[in-house]
Design a protein around this ligand. Structure first.
Ligand code: FE2
Length: 432
């Protein structure tokens, strides 16, 4: 695949860029912000003008969501898996999905299948003495007090691999990928019909849990979103003043560039983040919330360029920490925070990769809160490169390189084996 530039008619002021993490972050921020402002000014509009366009568009969405809540309507779109499989999702459902950028797939897997996977994971970790050998959280992101983990750094159970390579998973991933523009300017940025099987962890949160939750944040990157050449091109409409053309579903330039390393990074390009429920979870039991407005990313990217933000500050974004969404800078967006409806074992939950999300706190949780994290990470140059590392980790039973090197499963019994891969699994790992 060749990546070429789309040259605008006028000569634009050049942007400095850093393909690896800048040594002096504050100096780099102080350098990129005026350069981005100058680039926008070259379009004939000020940062304030283009920000106002986005703010108006997003305010409408926020008010629409607030009104839906007042009427007691569900904000999150819910679509039956059967309709996805049969191709009978209505145009109206599709429009709502695109607008909200998040989705619950009802009955993605049969309930009994999900419950059997949950039991299978328990058997797998118990027979391999995981709890006796557990050394505590390998990173502080999901860290919790107590000796039993909530997040299991387990990647290669039969349950996870069966779900990752299943036809039902491929059908939903393909359906969600199709919301994106995967081809433009003669380049195919990703293959919507081939997933890269991004391996992630498991969460099993027992009844009675007290949890402070996770604050509003987003996961696609940190300072690299403003500072690498590929991301500067991906967000070209924001950084030039053609803000009306900014499309959160445009994959152009998003699937090949570098990302800055960090403890919470994801090397892969994901169209949607997602998880599959392995237990029933009611909406008030410490569940996922999002700001269901995909265009909010434009707001987050432009907000630091306004004059009330200090010159060396990106509204609190820095490397090695998640990208925060805060009351201080993003209060308009946070008015729209909306939780998932009740989900049942076998449902799956998805949200656009740029979307602000949080996990609500819970006290004395009712029932289990068990999920397998499985996103939609379609085949593209970035995911192909990561898949090579994933294959190695899979064959060894190691932790994938995006995660702490805890490597619990190397000599575990009943780890999923290469011979058990089907065609989807082999394609996802780059060996077919
Ligand atoms: Fe996150």
């Amino acid at each position: 695949m060749t990546v070429h530039d789309v040259r605008p008619a006028v000569e634009l002021p050049a942007l400095p860029h850093w393909e690896t993490t800048p040594e002096n972050l504050k100096a780099a921020i102080a350098e990129i912000k005026p350069a981005l402002r100058a680039r926008i000014a070259a379009s004939g509009r000020t940062v304030e003008e283009i920000f106002a366009v986005l703010e108006t568009r997003i305010t409408e969405r926020v008010e629409e969501i607030e009104a839906a809540k007042t009427r007691g309507e569900e904000v999150w779109p819910v679509i039956d898996y059967a309709d996805i499989e049969a191709g009978t999702v209505s145009a109206e459902q599709l429009a709502t999905l695109r607008r909200r950028g998040c989705l619950v797939v009802r009955g993605h897997f049969p309930r009994e299948q999900a419950q059997a996977w949950d039991a299978g994971i328990v058997d797998y970790v118990e027979q391999n003495h995981f709890f006796e050998n557990y050394r505590g959280p390998g990173d502080d992101f999901f860290g919790s007090v107590g000796s039993k983990p909530e997040i299991y750094p387990i990647y290669w159970s039969a349950a996870q691999m069966e779900a990752r390579q299943s036809d039902r998973m491929a059908a939903v991933q393909g359906f969600l990928n199709a919301l994106w523009k995967s081809e433009s300017d003669g380049v195919r940025w990703f293959d919507p019909d081939r997933d890269s099987l991004y391996p992630d962890r498991i969460r099993r949160r027992p009844p009675g849990t007290n949890s402070g939750g996770l604050g509003t944040h987003l996961d696609p990157g940190t300072l690299d979103l403003w500072m690498t050449e590929a991301y500067q091109k991906a967000f070209r409409h924001l950084f030039y003043g053609t803000v009306e053309e900014y499309d959160p579903y445009d994959a152009a330039y998003r699937t090949y560039g570098p990302t800055y390393p960090g403890s919470t990074m994801c090397s892969a390009f994901r169209t949607f983040q997602g998880w599959t429920a392995l237990s029933d979870m009611d909406h008030d039991q410490g569940v996922l919330h999002t700001v269901p407005i995909p265009e909010a990313m434009g707001y987050l990217m432009l907000r630091p360029l306004l004059s009330d933000v200090p010159d060396d500050d990106m509204c609190g974004v820095t490397t090695n920490q998640v990208f925060p969404a805060s009351e201080q800078w993003h209060s308009l967006l946070l008015r729209a925070v909306s939780g998932i409806p009740d989900v049942r074992a076998g449902d799956s939950v998805w949200w656009h990769c740029d979307m602000i999300h949080s996990v609500a706190p819970v006290e004395d949780q009712k029932g289990w809160g068990n999920v397998m994290y499985i996103p939609a990470a379609p085949w593209c140059p970035r995911n192909e490169a990561y898949a090579r590392k994933v294959l190695e980790a899979f064959l060894e039973g190691s932790s994938p390189s995006d995660f702490p090197a805890e490597d619990y499963e190397r000599d575990w019994m009943d780890r999923f084996q290469r011979e058990q891969l089907n065609q989807t699994g082999r394609r996802g790992l780059g060996i077919a």
